[in-house]
Design a protein around this ligand. Structure first.
Ligand SMILES: *[C@@H]1O[C@H](CO)[C@@H](O)[C@H](O)[C@H]1NC(C)=O
Ligand SMILES: *[C@@H]1O[C@H](CO)[C@@H](O)[C@H](O)[C@H]1NC(C)=O
Ligand SMILES: *[C@@H]1O[C@H](CO)[C@@H](O)[C@H](O)[C@H]1NC(C)=O
Ligand SMILES: *[C@@H]1O[C@H](CO)[C@@H](O)[C@H](O)[C@H]1NC(C)=O
Ligand SMILES: *[C@@H]1O[C@H](CO)[C@@H](O)[C@H](O)[C@H]1NC(C)=O
Ligand SMILES: *[C@@H]1O[C@H](CO)[C@@H](O)[C@H](O)[C@H]1NC(C)=O
Ligand SMILES: *[C@@H]1O[C@H](CO)[C@@H](O)[C@H](O)[C@H]1NC(C)=O
Ligand SMILES: *[C@@H]1O[C@H](CO)[C@@H](O)[C@H](O)[C@H]1NC(C)=O
Ligand SMILES: *[C@@H]1O[C@H](CO)[C@@H](O)[C@H](O)[C@H]1NC(C)=O
Ligand SMILES: *[C@@H]1O[C@H](CO)[C@@H](O)[C@H](O)[C@H]1NC(C)=O
Ligand SMILES: *[C@@H]1O[C@H](CO)[C@@H](O)[C@H](O)[C@H]1NC(C)=O
Length: 540
């Protein structure tokens, strides 16, 4: 007891010194894990409170857009930002700016204030983390006061990194986390370096955790949509190196981490991630806090080191590729193995039998002591739509901003959202509308302009699909570009604003309103008829 207290105290001191290393904490009263039988009480409270705020704003936007809209019953609207590295971050940011009444004056400005949920994956998770983790400043503010400089002098450029003070700090952080008993992987330095570009505050926002967002003023006042980040589980214990098409989808929110999928069907309190758990209970009275470092989570959602399914080459002193530098950093802490290609989490669901799970003997996640997570886009589902098909969230319309690089010149071709449609059946999600083949998507130009899916089907959500299109800038920048001159950062964001407003098309504001209100039974302006003709994809 004394020695465990002593070691806890020691680890606490180490953790506080680092800011990054997780720290021991007395376990809270009450359960840390619950079955996925609905939303947590906290999210439900947020959802209801946010919907009330969103309704006021949505009504104002609709009325401003076209007085023909009846506004007595308003839909719950969500936004998803896809993966695609900095390209996706910047275009996704422009879309937010084009929807944000504080930050633009186009037909769609003010609609952001009417959203209830927002999700991000990989590059989209970088965007969402930077936005939420800094207490929801405007995109212009982030561009001018953080991103512009940080993306220009990117720490992901090996030459910049090796000369940077941050490099030494990151190495220390990794050593301290490892010394505290938490196996570090390439995701740790990756997430730390990204944090310097995305999070304000000391040492690259090292103190910002995902759960700490619940304390920020715009979260407590329900001034912003509820944020969700996604990632995929790899069944490494079955010899998988990549997530299969049926991979478990995990979601992270400021309150909870877990999965609705039947092999897990449970959630853990985000604040206590890293705690050793068994049967849904902490193994000792000492829990873990600060494992949910926001940089680690946004790094998890963008972990691609497993992509080639190769063992890592030994770190070479002469090589100056970013991957090699990350490997060298980990090599200071422990010998690098294939497991370092994944983001690792002590499995909160170890030997936990959720009352809502359908145990699948071949895929038993709950028999594993740790989880190996990767980029949510690895199984060709680059849009984090699944969380918003959950009936408990009562979402009627999802604005899907797809900045994927599917074609040889880095534009989307519909394959990501098609995979989400196909996989929705395997995940028992019944609210995804029909999505046509890639051939149809491309031949009808649905990958170059806004399209509404699910138009006539009230049993499905309505999807407003907004793909990357080069309105004002060659926005098909390769995912691998990890540094942007300031003027390119600005040009990409500006192109995203055009995507939100569809190049300033004068019918678009009303048409978007028609999509939102289509299934509410409220009065619609006459213009909606031609909007549906122009923007709805009918087919099944
Ligand atoms: C847990 O509950 C006990 C008794 O109800 C109380 O004394 C204690 O302060 C609580 N601990 C925490 C961490 O809330
Ligand atoms: C779900 O949304 C519909 C409108 O889209 C609303 O009528 C209903 O009350 C909502 N249900 C809950 C539980 O919020
Ligand atoms: C967050 O709070 C600040 C300060 O109160 C405010 O200026 C800002 O507009 C808020 N953000 C949102 C999204 O409402
Ligand atoms: C790399 O450098 C370290 C000392 O800095 C040395 O111990 C190690 O052998 C070198 N490895 C290779 C592959 O050259
Ligand atoms: C779960 O998987 C492990 C291998 O990781 C296997 O040994 C065990 O038998 C499986 N348990 C069940 C109940 O299928
Ligand atoms: C569409 O994208 C997928 C995946 O990104 C790719 O494999 C496929 O070749 C693309 N097809 C066309 C017609 O562009
Ligand atoms: C995915 O899951 C479904 C239903 O659980 C199953 O029928 C299908 O074979 C699985 N596909 C793969 C590739 O594992
Ligand atoms: C879907 O539901 C069926 C029947 O309840 C169940 O057997 C299956 O495991 C579920 N699949 C997923 C991925 O949730
Ligand atoms: C969709 O609904 C509209 C309005 O009810 C109707 O005019 C149109 O024919 C329908 N389209 C299809 C493909 O069902
Ligand atoms: C967009 O792409 C098309 C086709 O490649 C090209 O003709 C056009 O000039 C591009 N526009 C901009 C603004 O880059
Ligand atoms: C950014 O500035 C450079 C150097 O002045 C110039 O070559 C480039 O065209 C500019 N790019 C944009 C998007 O304005």
């Amino acid at each position: 007891m004394v020695s465990s207290l002593f070691s806890s105290l020691l680890l606490f001191t180490v953790g506080v010194l680092s800011g990054y290393a997780p720290v021991p904490a007395i376990c809270p009263n009450g359960s840390l894990v619950r079955p996925a039988s609905g939303l947590s009480d906290k999210e439900e409270t947020y959802r209801v409170a946010r919907k009330a705020v969103a309704d006021v704003n949505l009504k104002a936007w609709l009325t401003k857009t076209n007085p023909g809209f009846g506004t007595d019953d308003l839909p719950t609207v969500a936004l998803t930002s896809s993966g695609g590295g900095f390209r996706a971050l910047l275009l996704g940011a422009g879309v937010i700016q084009g929807l944000d009444g504080r930050d633009s004056d186009v037909s769609t400005s003010g609609l952001f204030q009417g959203l209830t949920y927002q999700a991000g994956l990989s590059g989209g998770a970088w965007l969402l983390s930077s936005f939420a983790g800094n207490n929801y400043p405007t995109i212009s503010d982030l561009r001018d006061n953080l991103w512009g400089q940080a993306f220009q002098d990117s720490l992901l450029d090996p030459e910049v990194l090796l000369a940077a003070e941050a490099y030494i700090k990151v190495v220390d952080d990794i050593l301290l986390k490892d010394a505290a008993g938490f196996h570090t992987t390439l995701t740790d330095p990756w997430g730390r370096l990204l944090s310097y570009e995305l999070l304000e505050g000391k040492d690259g926002g090292v103190h910002t955790t995902l759960s700490s967002i619940t304390k920020l003023s715009n979260f407590t006042s329900h001034a912003a949509p509820f944020p969700v980040i996604t990632s995929l589980g790899v069944k490494t214990w079955l010899g998988e190196c990549l997530p299969g098409p049926n991979a478990t989808t995990y979601e992270f929110s400021p309150y909870e981490f877990g999965s609705w999928d039947s092999d897990v069907s449970a959630f853990m309190k985000t604040k206590y991630l890293g705690t050793s758990m068994k049967h849904g209970k902490p193994v000792t009275t000492v829990c873990t806090e600060k494992y949910d470092n926001l940089g680690y989570i946004l790094g998890t959602s963008s972990t691609l080191f497993n992509e080639l399914c190769l063992s890592l080459p030994p770190p070479a002193n002469s090589s100056t590729s970013l991957d090699n530098i990350l490997e060298e950093i980990i090599n200071h802490a422990h010998e690098v193995t294939t497991s370092d290609e994944y983001a690792t989490y002590r499995n909160p669901f170890y030997e936990y039998v959720s009352s809502t799970a359908t145990p699948n003997v071949a895929n038993n996640v709950t028999a594993q002591k740790s989880l190996s997570l990767v980029d949510g886009g690895e199984a060709l589902q680059n849009n984090p739509i699944f969380p918003f098909l959950q009936p408990a969230r009562n979402i009627s319309v999802i604005i899907v901003n797809d900045n994927s690089a599917d074609t040889s010149n880095n534009f989307p071709n519909g394959s990501e959202i098609l995979t989400t449609y196909v996989q929705s059946f395997n995940h028992n999600l019944t609210r995804m509308p029909f999505i046509p083949s890639v051939e149809t998507f491309v031949s009808e130009g649905l990958n170059q302009r806004a399209t509404f899916f699910g138009c006539n089907d009230t049993s499905k959500v309505t999807i407003v699909y907004i793909p990357n299109f080069n309105f004002t800038f060659a926005s098909n920048v390769p995912t691998a570009q990890l540094a942007y001159p300031k003027n390119e950062t600005a040009a990409m964001i500006a192109n995203g604003v055009e995507m939100a407003s569809q190049g300033g098309n004068e019918c678009w504001g009303t048409c978007l309103g028609c999509a939102l209100m289509m299934k509410t039974g409220q009065a619609l302006p006459d213009e909606c008829t031609s909007c549906f003709e122009n923007y709805c994809y009918y087919g099944s």
